[in-house]
Design a protein around this ligand. Structure first.
Ligand code: AMP
Ligand code: GLY
Length: 441
């Protein structure tokens, strides 16, 4: 039987998803419900439609119209709006958790409370607030190391970290007051010091199959400075670990993902079907959980799906059917470096509507379109992360050389981070971890 699949979303992550589906030897029709005209997705799909994919009833009617029996949800907003619930109710299988389970991402306090309730390791000291009562006392208790997080989805902009974004107790109090004034619930938690990494796991409700570890780069500029972004690029290593991690770090992160999936099943009596993305920090005191996402990361999906050797349609079907244990999930043992070209001025004042030219790119199979648009027939940047490229090689260093060359060959008013995956940047992270461990003895 032909597989008819609808992909929801139209960024570089979804371009990577569509590519992985397209590579499957199975007979298929691929559809996409998009927010913008992504030419890379359009080329591989049977049909791409621009429409409001955050509206559950519209998504259901479109899915039925194209005859898709499986939907894959890329971004977080449709998950938060219950698109997965509506599709399951209509008899359509979904990769992506239902609204209650997606709270792992959509509510910071839910994720923290769940870890505490089920004695899952890796949580910080934290408290949840919706007024200023007790805020000053709790900040005092945490000393200089605290993080204030708006409770809901904020596109990465709701989190402020002491030392980075909040430079004094009074700035912290002012930010909390701002959240209270906007009727916001928020979490204040202990700040972890270490190196971040992402562990994404396919999950069928019971069984998890883990993907290679990736490190994203959230800050806009080289040397990890500047405003937070959706992610400027990411790398992974040929051994599926990272140069500053131990095997024990990885087993701790896997255990936290595994236990969390069991906990949500116990809490809601229903399995988590989709991708669980754990954002972790390796610290001198072990692995800590920074946050959960209920979907593939962008750009991390580009790194890992580019390495996937197994049949992605089979993996997606097994996620929905609860048969992931029977599927061989294999990734090639290569290193990857992904870099995003973003508009000048991104993320605060991005240029929009200017032409970009990708004709000098050598390997179009390693290029992923994101926030682009067309002015008549001319490809233009649309204001957010524009185009990603990935280099794949035996070492991170070789992959970096490929990615850097390719990203430089894209012309237009764009910039990218030149340091992602370089030997110097990686050495710095290794030294940082060594120093933290030395100091803790
Ligand atoms: P989140 O949206 O929760 O991933 O937070 C965005 C970024 O804030 C993370 O990638 C971290 O760099 C930082 N962050 C969040 N929580 C913590 C924490 N408890 N300790 C240190 N950094 C954090
Ligand atoms: N790259 C981080 C995210 O997808 O949330």
């Amino acid at each position: 039987m032909k597989n008819k699949i609808l992909v929801i979303g139209s960024g570089a992550r979804e371009h990577a998803i569509v590519r992985a589906l397209y590579r499957s030897p199975k007979e298929k029709e691929i559809y996409c419900l998009a927010s913008n005209m992504n030419p890379g997705i359009a080329e591989l799909c049977d049909k791409i439609l621009i429409g409001n994919f955050n509206d559950p009833s519209f998504v259901v009617s479109h899915t039925k119209k194209v005859g898709a029996t499986l939907a894959i949800i890329g971004p977080e907003n449709p998950l938060a709006n219950g698109v997965a619930d509506a599709l399951w109710d209509a008899g359509i299988k979904v990769v992506g958790p239902k609204k209650d389970l997606a709270q792992l991402e959509t509510s910071k306090s839910f994720a923290r409370d769940l870890l505490k309730e089920y004695n899952i390791p890796g949580g910080p000291k934290y408290q949840t607030f919706n007024s200023m009562e007790g805020v000053a006392d709790f900040l005092k208790r945490l000393g200089n190391n605290y993080v204030v997080k708006y409770n809901g989805l904020a596109g990465g902009k709701g989190v402020k970290v002491s030392g980075d974004h909040l430079h004094s107790r009074s700035e912290a109090l002012a930010y909390c007051q701002e959240l209270v004034n906007n009727n916001g619930k928020f979490v204040i938690e202990e700040k972890f010091i270490g190196e971040e990494f992402s562990l994404m796991s396919f999950c069928d409700g019971n069984v998890l199959k883990h993907m290679p570890i990736v490190q994203d780069h959230k800050r806009a500029y080289d040397e990890d400075v500047g405003p937070n972004t959706g992610g400027m690029g990411a790398y992974s290593d040929a051994n599926h670990s990272l140069p500053f991690l131990t095997d024990y770090d990885i087993s701790q992160a896997q255990e936290i993902n595994n236990k969390t999936v069991q906990a949500v099943k116990d809490k809601f009596g229903e399995g988590y079907k989709g991708i669980l993305y754990g954002g972790f920090m390796s610290t001198a005191n072990g692995v800590k959980l920074i946050e959960y996402n209920a979907r593939l990361g962008d750009p991390e999906a580009i790194n890992v799906l580019s390495l996937l050797e197994s049949d992605f349609i089979e993996i997606c079907t097994s996620i929905t059917d609860g048969t992931l244990d029977k599927v061989d999930v294999r990734f090639s043992t290569k290193a990857t470096v992904c870099k995003y070209a973003v508009p000048e001025g991104y993320p605060d004042n991005p240029i929009k509507g200017e032409p970009i030219d990708v004709s000098k790119i050598k390997n179009h199979y390693r290029l992923f379109y994101a926030s682009v648009d067309f002015k008549e027939t001319i490809l233009v940047e649309a204001g957010s992360r524009t185009i990603a490229v990935v280099g794949i090689a035996d070492t991170i260093s070789e992959a970096e050389t490929i990615a850097e060359k390719e990203v430089l060959s894209i012309s237009g008013p764009l910039f990218h981070r030149t340091d992602i995956g370089t030997n110097a940047a990686i050495q710095k992270r290794i030294e940082h971890m060594k120093k933290l461990k030395r100091e803790s003895i």
